[in-house]
Structures are given as structure tokens and as C-alpha cells.
Design a protein around this ligand. Structure first.
Ligand code: AGP
Length: 369
């Protein structure tokens, strides 16, 4: 087993460190930065249909559902197609309106999640086209789908999903660009710019991993907390949800992810000197807004941990701890900002003596309802 862990103490840590490679594998043969072109062989027979679809419904569970939320931002932003993101378990039981004009994207690491499979079956019966995004080749979900794109992240052993999540987000990014290309909602020069940057994301993830020691120090400061809030805006919101889920799953600390602006509608009541609040506070379109949310937390003596853009000075003046990530286009923020949150949960869980790879009560894939 030590050999399988490649010298790492846990599969989860190994899988976190594999991300520069797994994202590269996921993009291989699919992006052509110099030409400004995306090729997705798995869905190319639907290339024409994509020009005229009115709506996309994404169905998934857990971490895969968080990837779906990131997908919603990207597809709406670049391909200008309305997207709804549904928990598969809710969708299958609420008689949703689905027509043969709809495309349903089902996201699943394992490809065996019972609720996601049932949601696909229902959507198929009602005539929708199903695209699967899956990590395990030949699993049930790819077989149930009309077409799909594999994430190619390699086997994920840790129960808490890490590299599969960032690979799902990568595939959704590629799909958003592909659909935009088909629909003509993006120029070739913009695609050249975005793909050139995307091509460099594995390198930036590598740089982010180098903050491991700082993250470990932060973990030590908050490891004894009983609660933790994660806040972000825009595509930083699903990142916050994913950060909170990771912490819950492996450290058993109660954590909530919230859109930062929603804080004042309830969660703000929880803030006192015992409450760590993790902010996604990178320099993008919502930077100034997030800064005022940080001030609101500091005014109530909350402990602020901020994920910031390298070289940031403003947030540093307010936050108790800052973790830097390299600057990047907003489209790629979720890929980078997720990494420190994975490491933070990992170290906290290890410090609390938890079974990181196999947390209590959880199974790697939920094949029953
Ligand atoms: C992730 O850390 C979880 N263990 C869990 O939420 C998982 O993402 C969910 O069960 C969905 O699994 P799937 O991607 O294999 O369908």
C-alpha cells in the first residue's frame, strides 16, 4: 500500500499532488491554443445540435454537483446557453419539465451513483440528449449516456474527491468553450487567449501546491474549531461549497459554504472570535465586494483566512492569514482556488487524527438510494 501511495502518507495527499498531471491528461488532444480551437471527440456528433439548444440541465451529487455549478457559470458566460444545476436525487422525484430539445449533462466520478443514473434514465425517457462526464471508463453512466467526455484523472482512491473534481471542472471549461465555438459566441482571438492561459494552469497548480507549509500552519491555528464558514462570490461560491464539504467529510468539523453576500441574511449571527471564516478573495470582478464582506466579519471578531491573488496587499491588511494563488483569468479561478482548500482540510483532518482516506459513514460511490 505504501508503494501505491507513491511515498505520500495518504491517497488523498497523493491525489491532491497529482493535479498538475491529471489536468494535463484531461486536456491532452483537446485544446489547440495556437489555433484557438477545442476538440471534444466524445460529443462531436452533436456539434450541430449544440448550435440550437435552448437549455442545459446538469445533474449530479456531492462534489460533482459543485463542479456542475462551476459549469453553469462558464457555459452561461461563454456559450450563452441557460443552465440549470440539479441534485440528481431531487430532480428524479419532482416531475421536471424536460423535452427532446434539452441536453442533460450528468457528472459523476465513479459513474455508478444510483441517483444520477436514475435521473439520466428519466431524462432519456422524456427524449433529452444525455452527455456524461465521468472518470471511470466503461462505468454505468457512460454506458447510459448518448455521448460524453471522460475526465482522465486516473483512479481516485481517497473517498474525498480531489483530482476528479478539478478534472470535471476542466472538462466543463472545455465544454463551455466548445459550445461557444459552435455557437459563435466567442471569437477565435479570445479563444487563443483563454486556451493559452488554460494550457498553463497545471504549472500554476504546481506553484499553488508550494504553499503547502503555509497552509499547514493555518491548519494548525484552526484545527480545534467546531464550526467553519466558507464564503465566495461568482464562481468562488461553488469553490466555497466544495471547501466546506471537504472539511466536513474528513475532519468532522461542521462547515458551511455560502455566497459571501448572503452572509448578512443569516450566517453573520454565528460570527464571533471562535469562528474561522475562509474567504475566496482573489482579484477578480467581485474583489471589492468581497473586501467589504471581510470587513463585516472582522468587525465581529471572526478569524479570517483568505485565499488571495499573489502580491495582494489590501486583503492582507485585514485577514488573519492569507494563502496566495497565482493570478489567472476569472474563468480558471475555481481550478486554482480549490487546491489550498483541499490541503487545508487534509492537514486539519490529519492533525485531528481522522481517517483521511476512509472517513466514517462514507462510501466512495453511493450505489444505493
Ligand atoms: C466527494 O468528496 C464525496 N465523497 C461525494 O460527495 C461524491 O462527490 C458524490 O457521492 C458523487 O459521486 P460521483 O461523482 O461518483 O457520482
Amino acid at each position: 500500500e505504501m508503494l501505491e501511495k507513491g511515498g505520500f502518507d495518504h491517497f488523498m495527499l497523493k491525489e491532491i499532488y497529482e493535479q498538475p498531471r491529471s489536468i494535463k491528461d484531461c486536456m491532452r488532444g483537446r485544446i489547440y491554443p495556437e489555433e484557438g480551437k477545442v476538440q471534444l471527440g466524445g460529443i462531436k456528433e452533436f456539434a450541430e445540435k449544440l448550435k440550437n439548444i435552448d437549455r442545459i440541465i446538469i445533474v449530479a451529487c456531492g462534489t460533482s454537483w459543485h463542479a456542475g455549478l462551476v459549469g453553469e457559470y462558464l457555459i452561461e458566460e461563454y456559450a450563452r446557453i441557460p443552465v440549470e444545476v440539479e441534485y440528481a436525487s431531487e430532480f428524479r422525484y419532482r416531475n421536471p419539465i424536460i423535452t427532446e430539445k434539452d441536453v442533460v449533462i450528468a457528472i459523476s466520478q465513479s459513474g455508478e451513483t444510483a441517483d444520477t443514473m436514475a435521473a439520466i434514465e428519466m431524462a432519456k425517457e422524456r427524449g433529452a440528449t444525455i452527455f456524461g462526464i465521468c472518470n471511470v471508463a466503461g462505468a454505468s453512466i457512460p454506458r447510459l449516456s448518448h455521448a460524453g467526455v471522460y475526465t482522465h484523472a486516473g483512479p481516485e482512491i481517497g473517498v474525498a474527491s480531489t483530482k476528479a473534481f478539478t478534472a470535471q471542472v476542466t472538462v466543463l471549461t472545455l465544454m463551455a468553450f466548445y459550445m461557444a465555438q459552435q455557437k459563435g459566441t466567442i471569437t477565435t482571438s479570445k479563444l487563443i487567449e483563454l486556451l493559452t492561459e488554460l494550457d498553463n494552469i497545471p504549472e500554476k497548480i504546481q506553484q499553488t501546491l508550494e504553499s503547502n507549509n503555509i497552509i499547514k500552519e493555518v491548519a494548525d491555528k484552526i484545527k480545534d474549531s467546531t464550526n467553519c464558514l466558507f464564503l465566495g462570490r461568482g464562481s468562488g461560491f461553488p469553490v466555497a461549497l466544495e471547501g466546506a464539504l471537504k472539511l466536513k467529510e474528513i475532519s468532522y468539523i461542521h462547515a458551511e459554504g455560502y455566497p459571501a453576500a448572503e452572509m448578512k441574511h443569516g450566517p453573520i449571527a454565528l460570527i464571533d472570535e471562535e469562528m474561522p471564516v475562509v474567504f475566496i478573495a482573489t482579484q477578480n470582478s467581485s474583489y471589492e465586494k468581497v473586501i467589504s464582506n471581510i470587513q463585516e466579519v472582522k468587525a465581529r471578531k471572526g478569524k479570517v483566512i483568505a485565499i488571495v491573488t499573489q502580491g495582494d496587499t489590501e486583503v492582507k491588511k485585514m485577514a488573519d492569514y492569507c494563502i496566495e494563488i497565482p493570478d489567472a483569468n476569472e474563468a480558471f479561478l475555481p481550478l486554482l482556488a480549490t487546491i489550498p482548500l483541499q490541503l487545508l482540510s487534509y492537514h486539519i483532518a490529519v492533525m485531528r487524527g481522522c481517517n483521511v482516506d476512509q472517513p466514517r459513514n462514507l462510501a466512495k460511490s453511493v450505489t444505493v438510494e
